[in-house]
Design a protein around this ligand. Structure first.
Ligand SMILES: Cc1cc2nc3c(=O)[nH]c(=O)nc-3n(C[C@H](O)[C@H](O)[C@H](O)COP(=O)(O)OP(=O)(O)OC[C@H]3O[C@@H](n4cnc5c(N)ncnc54)[C@H](O)[C@@H]3O)c2cc1C
Length: 423
């Protein structure tokens, strides 16, 4: 379905773009200024930010209840500022773990340190918090601002362009929502992106990783550690509650060329999870000499990685944010944060767009956000390249890069890149 651009609408269409939606006149159809599809971290953030600006917003989510699996843990300085604007920063700081530095470690020795305090941001540190908890905090804020805005168990199926609005039909039953703007926060290859006809590019990397959350028995406290090893990187991040997240590159025999996306398994729930926990412990031991206890693993996940981007983030009355618009490799931990920054900027311009029908702010927004996503994707590629298995010569070259990073200039640049400064 092709939506007309608001700038090219005839006079009647332009008036309808500015006018309210009165879907309630039709049985089973409710109306809203903005309908957000997908209540992942980005959709909930956006709905909350729009509610904060007094807009009538509805958030449609096919799942019922909380997600049980935590993917993202790192919340970076630009997001902390955005979460402050949303009114949830105190809660995030209270529940999360503050990380002020990261170190690059080779053969058990710290080879370079990244001090986040030097990053020129209002909140110059990273907070780690399991995504499930972050989503819980965001949902509570939305519920306080706009009770009933979240409609769970509503899977958006058909999307229909009508004069001055878009109608979202539930897959099951006669329910539908009319909205003046629709935002797809429905993850990779979501229904909104398809309906908007926003294609794009997608590239699967051959790397695969295993991760797990394990009781922390290291002496690393609140420091994030990247252990560089010629057999593959081992990353270790502190989490609240005496837990660390370990992530490591899977050896070649585990790599499934050409696959993409992620598969997740919970350790306690099945044999595969227990096997993954044991494999993670063995790999960490072999590459760092640190023995983690698989029995304390609360969650494991084996995942492949890919980079994808939609050809645009705005067409007609349909917009995309978060993974629906761009996916970056989780190695670097920036996907959720990128989505929040999309949403933070978008919420700022939506009231004006709805009032005036002007499209220019959306065009500028989409250009900035796609450029940020491309930068984050390049950073993730750098991380993956530094952490992939390699021969002695390539590893010697990596040692040189790390030695350079022990100098203040490169260390400062890396600290800014790792903490998403300027994205
Ligand atoms: C292993 C791993 C570790 C990661 N670590 C980090 C990290 O540390 N930091 C970071 O920033 N990022 C990280 N990420 C990336 C991060 O998890 C994602 O970028 C983030 O979840 C994207 O959020 P989203 O809201 O855009 O999409 P999603 O989380 O995918 O949410 C989309 C929502 O839309 C709903 N939906 C889909 N279709 C429909 C429909 N038709 N109707 C109604 N609802 C629908 C889905 O049910 C879902 O709830 C990691 C990812 C992985 C895989």
């Amino acid at each position: 379905m092709r939506m007309p651009e608001p700038g090219s609408l005839p006079r009647r269409g332009r008036e309808a773009w500015r006018a309210g939606v009165s879907g309630a006149a039709v049985s089973g159809v409710t109306g809203a200024d903005v309908a957000v599809v997908g209540a992942g971290p980005v959709g909930v953030f956006l709905a909350t930010a729009l509610a904060l600006r007094g807009l009538d917003v509805v958030l449609l989510e096919r799942r019922v209840g909380e997600r049980r699996h935590s993917r993202a843990i790192g919340i970076h300085p630009p997001s902390l500022a955005a979460l402050e604007r949303l009114g949830v920063l105190d809660e995030i700081l209270r529940r999360g773990m503050r990380v002020d530095r990261g170190v690059l470690r080779i053969d058990g020795q710290d080879a370079a340190a990244l001090e986040f305090a030097r990053v020129p941001e209002r909140h110059p540190f990273v907070i780690t918090l399991p995504q499930v908890e972050t989503e819980r905090i965001l949902r509570a804020r939305l519920d306080a601002l706009a009770p009933g805005a979240l409609r769970e168990g509503f899977t958006v199926g058909r999307i229909e362009a009508l004069p001055g609005r878009v109608r979202l039909h539930a897959v099951a039953g006669p329910s539908a929502v009319d909205a003046r703007l629709v935002v797809g926060a429905d993850g990779p290859l979501g229904v909104v992106r398809r309906a908007a006809g926003l294609g794009g590019t997608s590239r699967a990397y051959r790397h695969r990783y295993v991760m797990g959350d394990v009781a922390d028995e290291t002496d690393d406290g609140a420091t994030a550690v990247l252990h560089l090893n010629p057999d593959g990187i081992v990353e270790s991040f502190p989490l609240p509650g005496g837990v660390r997240r370990w992530v490591t590159h899977l050896p070649e025999q585990h790599e499934q060329h050409g696959t993409c996306g992620s598969s997740h398994r919970r350790a306690a729930e099945d044999d595969d999870g227990a096997r993954a926990a044991a494999r993670l412990a063995d790999l960490v031991d072999a590459r760092t000499g640190i023995r983690i206890d698989p029995a304390t693993t609360t969650m494991t996940s084996e995942f492949g990685v890919r980079r994808a981007a939609a050809s645009g983030m705005a067409r007609g009355r349909m917009l995309l944010v978060g993974d629906a618009a761009h996916e970056v490799s989780p190695i670097g931990g920036q996907g959720m944060n990128l989505g929040w920054l999309d949403a933070d900027e978008l919420a700022e311009i939506v009231p004006e767009v709805l009032r005036s029908g002007r499209r220019e702010p959306l065009v500028a927004w989409q250009r900035r956000r796609l450029a940020s996503a491309a930068r984050a994707a390049r950073m993730a590629e750098f991380n993956m390249a530094m952490g992939s298995p390699c021969g002695p010569l390539a590893f010697a070259a990596r040692r040189l890069v790390v030695a350079g990073a022990s100098g203040p200039l490169l260390a400062g640049r890396l600290a800014r890149a790792f903490t998403m400064h300027g994205l």
